[in-house]
Design a protein around this ligand. Structure first.
Ligand SMILES: [Zn+2]
Length: 342
């Protein structure tokens, strides 16, 4: 059934967002802050955000970059096995989650975890569990690029079993194996990007190479996309929207040695509305995916925002301050008409 001409989304949240730093932060932060009520902010800066001072200073830089917009940056730390209970208690009020990267797997993750020895990770993860700090994980091994995420599922299982009280969020899942793991463990949750609901590897590399669709984890097979679509569209209660919007300057994408990341922040709500409508899914499911589940899973109370979209063609700009978005120059079905607070 088609949606009404005007659709309102309540308090949209982006549970996985890269805002970067310095000039790039200033160039792109408002693109999220205008329409989203809040976002989980990734800590993979250079150097990674791993102390109380760094996280409060980064938050302050974000607040400065978004100016007058009403937007809550939910801050994260870059996971280190040496985090102890005293440190975690001291930083508890400044953060919403901690992000774990396997070493060297994506942009600025060189200082991540190598090997997943449960006993080595136990002090930090038990303290997180006790303090109710969720663990967000970039779940890929160093294996063959198409198999990395599926291979990582055994590590998710190991962690979920060893730390049953720890909320573990499988970030930006791209495979049917990760989808299946969701229902096997009570403490596993997931975020899904909008681009992984739409593209497969064919869109990236099946014809001419599309650098603006190249990201980590790389888009997978049609059957993987189907599995992701199923849980997003049915509003599976453990699945949240997380854009993984990851801006790079145009010259870093259109280059020999293309940086990984798809920039979707300014088009995500329009695209998701179009996608859910095309699949004939009730609007409530989109509302659950874009906000309600995240609020429940993370226990956050973001500033109330109502985003009204109108069914009117929207021409995606070629660039946003030097960053090329997904669908640059193409037309989407929905335009953001109004954003109101409260
Ligand atoms: Zn990411």
């Amino acid at each position: 059934m088609p949606y009404p001409a005007k659709v309102t989304l309540n308090t949209p949240l982006d549970m996985h967002l890269h805002l970067r730093d310095n000039q790039m932060l200033h160039n792109i932060a408002k693109e999220s802050a205008r329409t989203f009520s809040g976002a989980i902010i990734m800590p993979n800066l250079v150097p990674p955000v791993s102390s109380k001072e760094e996280v409060t200073a980064y938050r302050a830089r974000i607040m400065e970059a978004i100016g007058e917009e009403t937007f809550e940056p939910y801050m994260t730390l870059f996971f280190k096995p040496e985090y102890d209970r005293v440190f975690l208690e001291s930083v508890r009020d400044e953060i919403t989650a901690i992000k774990l990267y396997p070493a060297g797997i994506t942009t600025n993750s060189e200082g991540g975890v190598s090997g997943f020895d449960v006993e080595e990770l136990r002090p930090a993860l038990e303290a997180m569990s006790d303090l109710e700090i969720p663990l967000c994980v970039h779940g890929e091994t160093n294996g063959f690029v198409m198999d990395r995420e599926a291979e990582f599922v055994s590590i998710y299982e190991k962690l979920a079993t060893a730390f049953p009280g720890l909320k573990i969020i499988m970030e930006h899942i791209t495979t049917k194996e990760s989808v299946a793991a969701l229902d096997r463990f009570e403490n596993l949750y997931a975020t899904i990007t909008v681009h992984h609901l739409i593209i497969t590897l064919d869109d990236v590399a099946g014809g001419m190479l599309q650098p603006h669709l190249f990201c980590k984890p790389i888009a997978k097979r049609p059957e993987d996309r189907e599995a992701l679509l199923r849980v997003a569209l049915e509003a599976h209660p453990k699945v949240m929207f997380g854009s993984d919007s990851a801006p790079h300057p145009k010259e870093a994408k259109e280059a020999c040695g293309c940086a990984a990341g798809v920039f979707t922040a300014p088009i995500a709500l329009q695209l998701l509305t179009q996608l859910f409508e095309t699949h004939g899914v009730p609007l409530e499911n989109l509302q659950a995916f874009i906000s309600d589940h995240a609020r429940r899973i993370y226990g956050v109370t973001p500033p109330a925002k109502r985003v009204t979209l109108e069914k009117k063609p929207f021409r995606v700009p070629a660039e946003y301050n030097g960053v090329v978005p997904m669908y640059a120059g193409e037309k989407l079905d929905y335009t953001i008409e109004e954003v109101t607070l409260g």
